[in-house]
Design a protein around this ligand. Structure first.
Ligand code: NDP
Ligand code: 8X3
Length: 250
C-alpha cells in the first residue's frame, strides 16, 4: 500500500531533498513550511511523481499547527511517516552576548514546534498501532561547541524527546528514529547569520554533506523491514571529525 509522509521544513535543504527522494519512491507527501510560493512550486514539480498536499504554517504557532493538521484531506489523512525536520540555528554568540529573540526562536521552533506537530499526529498512529517518526537532530545534539549553547541545547532536547517517544510509543509498535547530521550545505548558515557574508565561509575548503546525502539516508531509515528500527544515526562529511575538527584546504 502507498505510504504517506508528512515532512516539516520542506521548502528548503534537507526537508526539500527528502520530498524529492520520497516522491521518487512513490510515497505520498504532505509538505509543510512557511514559504507558500516554494510549497506551490514543489507541489507543481512533484505532482508528476506522486500525490502532494501542501500546508502553510509556522510550527512554533500552536494554534496554526493544530488547525492545519486537524484538517487533512481524506486522501492524506493517514500519516505513516512523520519527518520532524523544521528548524534552524539563530545566531552564533557566546552565552553572555546571546539574543533572547534568537533563544526563543530556537526553543520555540526546534523543540516546541516538533512537539506540537508530533502531538497532532501521534494519536492516529497509536490508534492504528503503526507509524514511523523521524526527528532530525544534529551532531549539535550530541556535543556542545563554542557559541553553540542554545542551538546545541535545542538539539540535545530533540534527542531526549526522541528517546522518550521511543520508550512511550514502544507498546504501540511505532518506530522512532533520530537522524543527526554534521555540516550540511543548505540555507542553514544563511539563517543562522541572518544573511551575513559569514554564511559563505562555513562550507568553504571542504566537501560538506549535501541535503541529498541526508535525504537518501532518511529514505534508507524509513525503508527498513518492519522489525528493524534505526534508532539513532550520526553522519558527518568525511572532512569532519567532530563539531570543532574539520579538515579544510583553503
Ligand atoms: P534550511 O534552512 O535549508 O531549512 C530549514 C527548513 O525549516 C525550511 O524549510 C524552513 O521553511 C523550515 N522552518 C524553519 N522555521 C520554521 C517554522 N517556524 N515553521 C515551519 N517551518 C520552519 O536548513 P536545513 O535543511 O539544514 O535544516 C533542516 C533541519 O536539519 C533543521 O532541524 C536543522 O537544525 C537540522 N540540521 C541541519 C544541519 C546543517 O548543517 N544544515 C546539520 C544538522 C541538523 P520556511 O522558512 O519556509 O518555514
Ligand atoms: C547543524 C550542524 O555543526 O552547524 O546542526 O551545529 S552545526
Amino acid at each position: 500500500m502507498t505510504k504517506t509522509a508528512l515532512i516539516t521544513g520542506a521548502t528548503s535543504g534537507i526537508g526539500k531533498a527528502t520530498a524529492y527522494e520520497f516522491a521518487k519512491h512513490g510515497i505520498k507527501l504532505v509538505l509543510c513550511g512557511r514559504r507558500l510560493e516554494r510549497l506551490e512550486m514543489l507541489q507543481k514539480e512533484l505532482n508528476t511523481l506522486t500525490k502532494v498536499h501542501i500546508l502553510n504554517f509556522d510550527v512554533s504557532n500552536k494554534t496554526e499547527t493544530f488547525k492545519a493538521l486537524e484538517n487533512l484531506p481524506e486522501d492524506f489523512k493517514t500519516i505513516d511517516i512523520l519527518i520532524n525536520n523544521a528548524g534552524n540555528a539563530h545566531g552564533l554568540d557566546p552565552i553572555q552576548d546571546g539574543s533572547i529573540d534568537d533563544w526563543d526562536a530556537m526553543m520555540d521552533i526546534n523543540v516546541k514546534g516538533l512537539l506540537y506537530v508530533s502531538k497532532a499526529i501521534i494519536p492516529q498512529m497509536t490508534e492504528r498501532q503503526s507509524g514511523h517518526i523521524i526527528n532530525i537532530g544534529s551532531s549539535a545534539g550530541k556535543e556542545v561547541y563554542p557559541k553553540g549553547n542554545v542551538y546545541c541545547a535545542s538539539k540535545h532536547a530533540v534527542l531526549a524527546v526522541t528517546e522518550g517517544m521511543r520508550i512511550d510509543l514502544n507498546p504501540f509498535g511505532i518506530k522512532v528514529s533520530a537522524v543527526n547530521p554534521g555540516l550540511v550545505e543548505t540555507e542553514f548558515s544563511q539563517v543562522r547569520f541572518k544573511g551575513d557574508e559569514k554564511a559563505k565561509d562555513v562550507y568553504k575548503g571542504f566537501k560538506a554533506l549535501q541535503a541529498e546525502d541526508i535525504a537518501e539516508i532518511i529514505y534508507f531509515v524509513v525503508s527498513r523491514p518492519n522489525h528493524v528500527n534505526i534508532a539513532d544515526l550520526l553522519v558527518f562529511p568525511t572532512a569532519q571529525a567532530n563539531s570543532t575538527t574539520v579538515k579544510k584546504e583553503l
